[in-house]
Design a protein around this ligand. Structure first.
Ligand SMILES: [Ca+2]
Ligand SMILES: [Ca+2]
Ligand SMILES: [Ca+2]
Ligand SMILES: [Ca+2]
Ligand SMILES: [Zn+2]
Length: 598
C-alpha cells in the first residue's frame, strides 16, 4: 500500500506553525522513550493529541505533520509515505515510511497507533532521521543487476535458491549521513543462509553482510560465506530458472482438505511421563505410554494420498538431509520416534495447533499473524542439533542432532515464534531484539507446555527439557537448554542484548524470557489471569513498533497493553512487578499507571 502525501500536508503544516504549535512537548508519560536530544521516540498518549479523534486517514496524516512539528523535526509529512496499515485487537497502526529522493530510508519510519474504542492516538513510534545524503559521488550508479552480481559473488552462491533474490536501492544511515546503497537478499542452501548484503550504490563496496536466519541454540553463529576452494559458483540465471521450475510444480499440487490421525508427543515424553531419566538411547518401550493420538486437521488429499500440506503448514524438503515428506493412503500417520512419519506429524500438529490458537485469541483475518501456510523442512539444518527460521523465504527447518529437534514441541514453537515476531514487525531487529526474539520464543514454547497435563508442575522453568536433556554421565551430550527463572539477572539499559549472548550467570535470552514467563506462571497459578489473556497481551504489545527496540521499550508496551486489554485486571500490575524486579522497567516508575489518565 502506498500513498504520497500531497500539498495538503504542507498547508496543514504552515497553519500549525502559525498557531505556535512548534514548542517541544516534554515527556508526558513514564513509559515514553526519549532520546539524548530530548526527542520523544516512543510516546504514549501524546499531549498534543489528547481528545483528538483520528477518525479518517486525512486526520491521521495531519497528525503526522503535527507530531513532527511538535518535536521540532526538520522533516515534514512530505518526507513520508504510508506503506502499511495493520490491525491488532485494540488498535489500527499506520506505518509511515521515511523516504529520500523517492527511496526508502532503512528502518526510518513513524508509526501512529489509533485506539479502536476512543479513536485517539494511544502511541506514536518515531524512528525517523534528519540525516542528509552525503554529497553525491562522482561517477554513475550501479544497475540493480550489477548489484545482484556483486552480492552473488561476495556470498559465492553454490547451492539452490529458496526464494526470489530481492534487490532494492535504499538509503542507510551511516556516521550521521545517508548513504545510497543496494540491499540484496539471497536465501540459499549453500552457503546456508538468509543473506542480506548491503553494498554501495556507486562503488559496489560491501557495507554489511548478515545471515538473517534465527536459530534456536547457538551463540557462535559467525556467518560463513565467500569464495571457497572446491565450491563452484552457481550461475545466477540458472539458479533463478531452477527456482521458478520448482515453484510451478508446487502450484500443481491442489487437492481436497481432510483430517488425518497421528501419534505425537505432547509436549514431550519427559513431561508427559514426568520422567527425568528418559534418554535418547532409552528403549522404544520406554516411550510407549507417552504417545498421544491426535487429529491432523485439513491435510491435503490428492488421488487418495494424504500429504502434510494444509492451510497453515506445508511440509517440504528444501535442504539437506534429503528426505521426502511422509504421505499415507489410509489417513493414519502411525510412525513413532525414529520414523520420518513421526517427526513430520509432530511438526504439522504443533504448528497447525499453534496457529489456530492465535486465531482463537482474536488474531485472524485482517488481524492474522503468519496468516498463511508456512513451509517447513522437518529434516533440515544439515542434520545439526539446531533449527532455524529463514525470514526471506518464510521457511522453518528442524535438525535431528541428538534428540531430534521436532520430538520436542518446545523447539517447534520456539522457531515458529521467530516467524511470529517477523510477521508482526518486519523491522524487528537492532536494539535488544536479538535477545528478545529468543526470549519470546522460549516463553511461547513453555506457555504451551504449561497448558498440557503436567506442564505446570514438571520442570516448568526448563525450556527444551527433552531436546536439551541432561544425562547422568553426559554420554549423549545434548545441549543444556535454557531457564525461565533467572530472576536475579539485572538489566542494564545502556547495554545491548544480542541473541544467545553470555552474561555472568545468565544468557541474554533468559533476561527477557524470565520476567514474561514468571508473570504468566504467577497469573495462571494464582488464577489471577489465564494463559490466553497473557499470551494475547504479549502478541498485542508487539504491534505498532519498529526498529531498534530495547527491552525497556517492549516492557512498557506490554504493561500498557495489559492495561488497555484488561483495565480491571491484575495483568499490568503483575508484569510491571516482574519487569521492575529485573530493572527492565525503572523501579520508581514501574507501578505508576501507564495508560491514559482520565
Ligand atoms: Ca530435508
Ligand atoms: Ca537424533
Ligand atoms: Ca536436538
Ligand atoms: Ca516444554
Ligand atoms: Zn531462536
Amino acid at each position: 500500500m502506498g500513498k504520497l502525501l500531497g500539498l495538503r500536508m504542507v498547508v496543514m503544516a504552515l497553519l500549525l506553525a502559525g498557531a505556535g504549535a512548534q514548542s517541544q512537548e516534554g515527556a508526558n508519560n513514564v513509559s515514553d522513550k526519549v532520546d539524548a536530544s530530548g526527542r520523544i521516540r516512543i510516546g504514549y498518549y501524546p499531549k498534543a493529541f489528547a481528545g483528538k479523534q483520528l477518525t479518517d486517514l486525512k486526520k491521521i496524516e495531519s497528525s503526522l505533520s503535527q507530531w513532527l512539528l511538535s518535536q521540532n523535526s526538520k522533516l515534514t509529512a512530505e518526507n513520508f509515505e504510508l506503506r502499511n496499515v495493520r490491525e491488532s485487537l485494540t488498535a489500527k497502526h499506520f506505518y509511515f515510511q521515511q523516504k529520500q529522493d523517492g527511496l526508502v530510508v532503512e528502518s526510518a519510519e513513524v508509526i501512529v497507533s489509533v485506539d479502536n474504542s476512543t479513536q485517539e492516538m494511544y502511541r506514536i513510534f518515531d524512528n525517523s532521521t534528519e540525516s542528509k545524503p552525503a554529497v553525491a559521488k562522482a561517477g554513475s550508479q550501479l544497475t540493480s543487476e550489477k548489484a545482484v552480481d556483486i552480492a552473488w559473488k561476495h556470498i559465492w552462491v553454490s547451492g539452490r535458491l529458496l526464494a526470489d533474490v530481492k534487490s532494492e536501492k535504499l538509503f542507510i544511515e551511516q556516521d550521521g549521513t545517508l548513504r545510497l546503497t543496494y540491499r540484496v537478499e539471497i536465501d540459499t542452501v549453500e552457503p546456508a543462509g538468509s543473506w542480506e548484503v548491503i553494498l554501495d550504490a556507486y562503488t559496489g563496496e560491501i557495507v554489511r553482510t548478515q545471515d538473517l536466519r534465527k536459530d534456536a541454540k547457538h551463540d557462535d553463529s559467525k556467518p560463513v560465506f565467500g569464495r571457497t576452494p572446491g565450491k563452484k559458483l552457481l550461475d545466477y540465471r540458472e539458479a533463478v530458472k531452477a527456482l521458478d521450475a520448482k515453484k510451478s510444480i508446487s502450484l500443481l499440487s491442489n487437492g481436497n482438505r481432510r483430517d488425518a490421525t497421528a501419534l505425537v508427543f505432547d509436549p514431550d515424553p519427559r513431561t508427559t511421563l514426568t520422567d527425568n531419566t528418559l534418554l535418547d538411547s532409552s528403549p522404544k518401550s520406554a516411550f510407549e505410554p507417552a504417545y498421544k493420538s491426535v487429529v491432523l486437521k485439513d491435510v491435503t488429499e490428492v488421488a487418495g494420498v494424504l500429504k502434510l500440506s494444509g492451510p497453515w503448514v506445508t511440509l517440504v524438503d528444501f535442504e539437506a538431509p534429503v528426505n521426502t515428506p511422509y504421505t499415507v493412503q489410509n489417513g493414519e500417520f502411525k510412525g513413532k520416534r525414529g520414523d520420518q512419519s513421526f517427526n513430520d506429524a509432530m511438526t504439522y500438529y504443533h504448528l497447525d495447533k499453534n496457529q489456530r490458537y492465535m486465531q482463537s485469541l482474536g488474531f485472524f483475518g485482517s488481524r492474522g499473524i503468519q496468516y498463511l501456510s508456512i513451509t517447513v523442512d522437518s529434516n533440515g539444518a544439515n542434520g545439526a542439533d539446531n533449527s532455524y527460521y529463514r525470514p526471506s523465504a518464510n521457511h522453518l527447518a528442524f535438525g535431528w542432532g541428538c534428540v531430534d529437534d521436532n520430538e520436542d514441541a518446545d523447539v517447534i514453537l520456539h522457531e515458529y515464534n521467530h516467524a511470529i515476531n517477523h510477521s508482526i514487525n518486519s523491522n524487528f531487529s537492532g536494539g535488544d531484539t536479538g535477545a528478545m526474539g529468543e526470549g519470546f520464543g522460549d516463553y511461547w514454547a513453555q506457555s504451551y507446555s504449561i497448558s498440557t497435563e503436567n506442564g505446570m508442575t514438571f520442570n516448568p522453568f526448563h525450556v527444551f527439557n527433552w531436546d536439551a536433556h541432561s544425562d547422568p554421565n553426559n554420554e549423549e551430550g545434548c545441549w543444556p537448554g535454557r531457564r525461565l527463572d533467572k530472576t536475579q539477572a539485572q538489566y542494564v539499559h545502556s547495554q545491548n542484548y544480542y541473541a544467545h549472548s553470555r552474561h555472568d550467570s545468565f544468557v541474554s535470552d533468559e533476561l527477557w524470557s524470565t520476567p514474561i514467563f514468571q508473570a504468566l506462571y504467577e497469573a495462571v497459578k494464582t488464577k489471577q489471569a489465564t494463559r490466553e489473556e497473557m499470551d494475547r497481551i504479549i502478541l498485542e504489545a508487539q504491534f505498532g513498533l519498529g526498529y531498534g527496540l530495547k527491552m525497556r521499550d517492549m516492557a512498557n508496551s506490554i504493561v500498557s497493553n495489559a492495561k488497555r486489554l484488561y483495565p480491571q485486571g491484575k495483568h499490568a500490575e503483575i508484569y510491571a512487578r516482574k519487569f521492575a524486579a529485573q530493572n527492565i522497567i525503572e523501579r520508581q516508575s514501574s507501578l505508576v499507571p501507564l495508560a491514559k489518565a482520565n
